[in-house]
Design a protein around this ligand. Sequence first.
Ligand code: NDP
Length: 234
Amino acid sequence: MGRSVLVTGGNRGIGLAVARALTDAGHAVTVTHRSGEPPAGLAGVHCEVTDTDSVDAAFRAVEERQGPVEVLVANAGITRDQLLMRMSDDEYEAVVATNLGGVFRCVRRAATSMIRKRYGRIVLVGSVVGLYGAPGQANYASTKAALVGLARSVSREVGARGITVNVVAPGFVETDMTAALAPERREQYLAAIPAHRFADPAEVAAAVSFLASDQAGYITGAVLPVDGGLGMGH
Ligand code: NDP
């Protein structure tokens, strides 16, 4: 059955791959974008996830176009890597505002209509580093760990209403975010990943699509790694 889907940060990278996979699965999909045009063949809505009014306006636009959001993929996220002793307040706060505050705002807004409808699939895009840790990512890893607490708390609040809330925790994925890695860092990570490669965004999208499906109705509060084995045991 086709559902009304919103993917935040769906104009590129993992979000775009998720949007394409969910479109192929027969759903009505809108992606959020901040600048420029939405990707070819996809409906887009402008949204700045750090701004409550912008999030609300985006959801209202989706509701008018394709009905209340039944599947939310909270994917928008940023990095501002820096070693702890050099990390500025701005680098810390920008990452928390987007990766945690942005997800919180979208989940809260989505839950309103999902509760009424007694159906919902919420998938948060976390990261292996949330539970594994990474030097230079104290800000980023903290927000990704926090998404697990957010997902599990909301799962407990809305589980009886047919709503599931899960986290997909990718390892390293070939996107603009990892293109910025220094070559020697990339080699270090490759050596630590059992699969010995970075993921294709479509491989993350496949896991998100499963958790977003009607069939995944008895899975909630879970963290699904898509990390080539990097985080095993964490
Ligand atoms: P990209 O940098 O390629 O894309 C990030 C997306 O988030 C863009 O669409 C961007 O919009 C959007 N975005 C960022 N900040 C905001 C904001 N304040 N409001 C609205 N939209 C925003 O990232 P990836 O595709 O690599 O990452 C997607 C998610 O996956 C992130 O949450 C990331 O943390 C997570 N992840 C990525 C991994 C990787 O290896 N790539 C590994 C593990 C997790 P715009 O184009 O306008 O900037």
